[in-house]
Design a protein around this ligand. Structure first.
Ligand SMILES: [Zn+2]
Length: 397
């Protein structure tokens, strides 16, 4: 793993500098005295490091702290333009790419570039072409790009850089392969985990440390945050909520097993149910379209326009999902459960049925501890999370 200042983990000054940057990221601007207290260092040591970091361009002085009496101390904080991170969110259909500055502001966003991921080298090359094009159109000094974070669906080990479900055709870790193609450091993580982290850093989390993020998109997954840390499991495979066996419906899941939760509670299930019911003769605003041309986006849009068939199907999805979110609440006793992903665009219609089911199936006392909310970042959660994870990776936070 890389640090900003060197690759030498034994260099004490460099690791202290990373910790100072981490303080600025988590707590905002600060005085040398407060930093010294936070890090357990002497004020002269912190002052020396801050002076060096100012010269190196990573830290700016932001005026003086207003105090009632005595000498007003200088306030220091991150120089937002000292480094940049790119986040890439690959969706079932389409690609979002964002650029974040060092402070965490999203400064560029490309939404929904046409792209359909396949598990082939040609598809990976196309992805890299999109990223190179995005970089070429940026107006910043691109030498300041410190890392490109990529969200990948399925089984991903962020520590080794291997992806096992997507782009899995080389002996090399996917990160190494992409670094060779792109010429920048690359990190990868599971898409749901990245979304959970985005929501944690910039979305609806307000100080809660035990949080579950349910990604209800084409598939279904859960991002787990315990004591403020993303939980990955032994190999990065934690959170495969959608592949819990839940139904004896005989429906084959794309993972190869039958009756997974995802076969009845996901965007793909939502599309299937709506199409089946239209084929059986029920009417919908989508009836005018040939069945095989109806997309996930069409179904979401029809739901937002309050199409009765779509609303009814959505209620069923929400009830199934809520039943199993109730189990998660019983298991984890979280402070906050966030419902995110593409289907969270349907808002209250979805939340109402999930809430009803949670009340019915979770333990009363446990459920009282848990607040349920809808994603604030919505479709941006993935890009924000990918950028944030790229920064976390560089700083070894
Ligand atoms: Zn499955």
């Amino acid at each position: 793993m890389a640090t900003i200042f060197s690759n030498d983990k034994d260099n004490k000054n460099d690791s202290l500098k990373n910790r100072i940057l981490e303080c600025f990221i988590l707590d905002g601007n600060s005085t040398n005295t407060d930093l010294a207290k936070e890090l357990g260092l002497s004020v002269p040591t912190v002052s020396k490091l801050i002076n060096e970091m100012t010269e190196e361009g990573f830290v700016n002085e932001y005026g003086k702290l207003e105090t009632a009496e005595g000498r007003k101390p200088n306030l220091y904080g991150l120089n937002p333009d000292s480094g940049y991170f790119i986040g890439v969110d690959i969706k079932q259909q389409g690609l979002n790419i964002g650029l974040m500055n060092f402070r965490g502001d999203l400064v560029e966003l490309l939404n929904n570039a046409p792209y359909e991921p396949q598990n082939t080298e040609a598809s990976l090359d196309e992805l890299c072409r999109h990223i190179r094009e995005f970089v070429a159109n940026l107006s910043i000094d691109t030498r300041k790009i410190l890392d490109i974070g990529i969200n990948i669906s399925g089984r991903v080990n962020p520590d080794t850089g291997y992806s096992y479900s997507m782009f899995n055709f080389s002996e090399l870790p996917l990160t190494k392969l992409m670094e060779e193609k792109l010429g920048y450091p690359v990190s990868i993580d599971n898409d749901t985990r990245a979304m959970a982290f985005g929501e944690y850093m910039q979305g609806c989390v307000r100080g809660e440390k035990n949080v579950l993020f349910v990604n209800l998109s084409w598939g279904l997954g859960v991002g787990i945050i315990i004591d403020g840390q993303l939980y990955k499991g032994k190999s990065g495979f934690a959170g495969e909520f959608g592949h819990i066996h839940a139904f004896d419906n005989g429906i084959l899941c794309h993972c190869g097993k039958k009756g997974c939760l995802e076969t009845e509670a996901s965007g793909s299930a939502f599309c299937r149910v709506v199409k089946e019911r239209i084929a059986a003769g029920e009417t919908s605003v989508l009836s005018a379209k040939p069945l095989d041309e109806i997309t996930f986006d069409d179904v979401i849009e029809a739901t937002e326009r309050e199409d009765p068939l779509c609303l009814d199907a959505l209620e069923g999805i929400g009830l199934y999902l809520g039943e199993h979110v109730a189990s998660l609440i019983n298991l984890f006793n979280p402070e906050l459960v966030i419902i995110g992903g593409t289907m969270s665009l349907t808002g209250d219609f979805l939340m109402h049925s999930i809430r009803t089911s949670i009340l019915k199936y979770s333990l009363n006392l446990v459920n009282k501890d848990t607040h349920l909310c809808i994603s604030k970042l919505k479709e941006r959660a993935g890009v924000v999370g990918a950028c944030m994870l790229a920064r976390k990776y560089v700083l070894e936070m």
